[in-house]
Design a protein around this ligand. Structure first.
Ligand SMILES: Cc1cc2nc3c(=O)[nH]c(=O)nc-3n(C[C@H](O)[C@H](O)[C@H](O)COP(=O)(O)OP(=O)(O)OC[C@H]3O[C@@H](n4cnc5c(N)ncnc54)[C@H](O)[C@@H]3O)c2cc1C
Length: 430
C-alpha cells in the first residue's frame, strides 16, 4: 500500500471562545459539522452571516502526507468539486490526497453485458474524484477556522428546540437558550434535530450492508471505478491511484459479521473472488468496516425557521456514490435560497422562503433514491425475466452513445437546476 497503515494526526481544537452565545440572535445555527454542515456554514459565513456551528466531536485539520488510507471514501462529482472550490476548500483537498478517475466499467455476474464510460469519450479530463471523507472534512474545517463569522461549539448537548413565528430557539445543556433566524439540521442519518422537530421519516431497509476499506491489488486499477453486479449485490473498486482501490462490497445483512471476522488473508481472497479477479488478486488490506444500508427520506425538509440537509434529510443506497453529492447540492441550494432572501431584505427563516429550497431538492433526491432501488431490484436476483432484461440492457446502453453521454452528463454535472455554487467556479460576492 502506498501509505503506511498507521497514522498520526495531531489533535487540534477548532473551537473559538464562547462569548455572548446566548445573548444574540444568530443568522443561522447549524447542528452537525460533517461534510454537508461545514459546507453550509462556509457558504453562509463567507457571505457575512453570523453562524453558530455545533459539532459533537473535534474535527482534525492537520494532515500528514504519509497518512494511512482511511476506511471511508467518497466518489465526488464535478458539481461537488465546484461547490468545494467556490468555498475555498478544494485546495485543502489537493494539498492532502485525492484521485481523479477517468473511467467507469460496469458488468454483471450472470449476463455477458458490460458498459464502459470514459472521460476521453466525453471530452472531459476525468469523471470525478475518489477522496477520503476525512480529507474532505478537514479541508472544509480548515476554512471554517479562518472564517471570522463562524463560531464553533464542540460537544454541547442539544436538549430541546422550539419553533416560533419569528425565530427558532434551541436549548444547549451547557449554554442555555439560543435564538436564531434559521436552525439547520445537518446532523446525519440519525438526526436529533429532525426528531426534536417531530418530522416523520419514510424508511426502507435494504437488508444489505456495505463492507468498505482500501486494498492493494496485483494489477493497476487503471484510474477506473469497476462495478460488478453479483447475486449478493454490487461489488465496486474505486481507484485511489496505481494499485490501490477503495472497495464497496455489498452483502446480505446476515453476512456482515462473517465479512468483518475474516482474517486479512481470507478477506483478501473473498474480495478477489467477489471482483472476479478483475484486478488480479488482492495482496494487502487496510482497516475495514461495514455499514447497514437503509433508505430514509424525511417527510418534510423544512418548517418555519428550520431546514434539514444531507443525511439528516435523506440517505440513499451508496452503489452509485451519490449520498454526499446530493447533500452538497442541498447545501448549495439552501445557501442560495437564504442569500437570495437576505438580498431582498426578506426573513430567510420564513416558511415561504424555505419551501423554495424544499421544492428544489426533495424531488431530485427522491428520484435518485428510487433509481437506486430499481437497480437493486433488477440486479439482485436471477429470476429469468430480470436476466433477460439485464442481458439486453448493458450492451444496449453501451452501444448507444447518446444514452451513455446523457447518463454520464447527469453523473458529472447533475441536472440543469443546479445551484450557482455547483455550476461554475467564481461564486459572486454579494
Ligand atoms: C458505505 C458507504 C459508502 C458511501 N459512499 C459514498 C460515495 O462514494 N459518494 C457519496 O456521495 N456518498 C457516499 N456515501 C454517503 C455519504 O457518506 C453520506 O451521504 C455523507 O457522509 C453525509 O454527510 P452529512 O454531513 O450529511 O452527515 P454525516 O457525515 O453523518 O455528518 C453528521 C455530523 O453531525 C454530527 N452530529 C450528529 N449529531 C449531532 C448533534 N446532536 N450535535 C452536534 N453534532 C452532531 C456528527 O458528529 C457528524 O460530524 C456512502 C455511504 C456509505 C454508508
Amino acid at each position: 500500500m502506498n501509505a503506511p497503515l498507521d497514522k498520526t494526526i495531531e489533535s487540534q481544537s477548532t473551537e473559538k471562545p464562547v462569548t455572548d452565545i446566548a445573548s444574540k440572535k444568530w443568522d443561522a445555527v447549524i447542528v452537525g459539522g460533517g461534510m454537508v454542515g461545514a459546507t453550509v456554514a462556509l457558504g453562509l459565513g463567507q457571505q457575512g452571516m453570523s453562524v453558530l456551528l455545533l459539532e459533537k466531536q473535534a474535527i482534525e485539520t492537520s494532515w500528514k502526507a504519509d497518512s494511512a488510507y482511511q476506511m471511508r471514501v467518497s466518489a465526488l462529482t464535478r458539481a461537488s468539486e465546484k461547490i468545494l472550490r467556490n468555498l475555498g476548500a478544494w485546495q485543502g483537498i489537493e494539498n492532502r490526497r485525492f484521485h481523479p478517475f477517468t473511467a467507469m466499467h460496469v458488468w454483471d455476474e450472470v449476463t455477458p453485458g458490460e458498459i464502459h464510460f470514459s472521460a476521453k469519450d466525453m471530452g472531459e479530463p476525468n469523471l470525478g474524484y475518489t477522496i477520503e471523507n476525512d480529507v474532505i472534512q478537514s479541508a472544509l474545517w480548515e476554512q471554517v477556522e479562518v472564517c471570522d463569522n463562524i463560531t464553533v461549539l464542540l460537544d454541547h448537548r442539544l436538549e430541546s428546540l422550539r419553533l416560533e413565528n419569528d425565530q427558532a430557539w434551541l436549548t444547549l445543556e451547557s449554554v442555555g437558550e439560543i435564538q436564531t433566524e434559521l436552525l439547520i439540521g445537518a446532523d446525519g442519518a440519525m438526526s436529533q434535530v429532525r426528531e426534536l422537530a417531530c418530522i416523520g421519516l419514510d424508511t426502507h431497509d435494504y437488508e444489505q450492508c456495505a463492507v468498505v476499506g482500501c486494498v492493494k491489488t496485483e494489477l493497476s486499477s487503471e484510474d477506473t471505478c469497476w462495478q460488478r453486479y453479483t447475486q449478493n449485490g454490487p461489488f465496486a473498486y474505486l481507484s485511489m491511484g496505481e494499485n490501490v482501490s477503495s472497495i464497496a462490497w455489498y452483502l446480505p445483512m446476515e453476512k456482515m459479521q462473517w465479512a468483518l471476522a475474516l482474517s486479512d488473508k481470507d478477506f483478501a481472497e473473498e474480495v478477489s473472488k467477489a471482483s472476479d479477479y478483475r484486478l488480479g488478486a488482492v495482496v494487502e488490506v487496510a482497516e475495514r468496516g461495514a455499514f447497514p444500508l437503509v433508505r430514509r427520506h424525511a417527510e418534510h425538509y423544512v418548517k418555519p425557521h428550520l431546514a434539514l440537509v444531507g443525511d439528516a434529510a435523506h440517505t440513499v443506497h451508496p452503489q452509485a456514490g451519490q449520498g454526499v453529492n446530493l447533500g452538497l447540492l442541498d447545501a448549495a441550494a439552501l445557501i442560495e435560497t437564504v442569500l437570495d432572501a437576505k438580498a431582498l431584505n426578506k426573513a430567510w427563516g420564513r416558511y415561504s422562503v424555505l419551501r423554495k429550497y424544499e421544492r428544489w431538492r426533495r424531488g431530485d433526491n427522491a428520484l435518485v433514491q428510487r433509481s437506486m432501488e430499481a437497480f437493486d431490484w433488477l440486479f439482485k436476483q436471477d429470476a429469468s425475466l430480470k436476466v433477460i432484461v439485464r442481458k439486453g440492457l448493458l450492451p444496449l446502453a453501451n452501444r448507444l452513445t447518446p444514452i451513455k453521454n446523457w447518463l454520464m452528463g447527469q453523473a458529472l454535472n447533475g441536472r440543469e437546476a443546479l445551484p450557482k455554487l455547483a455550476k461554475s467556479i467564481g461564486f459572486q460576492e454579494r
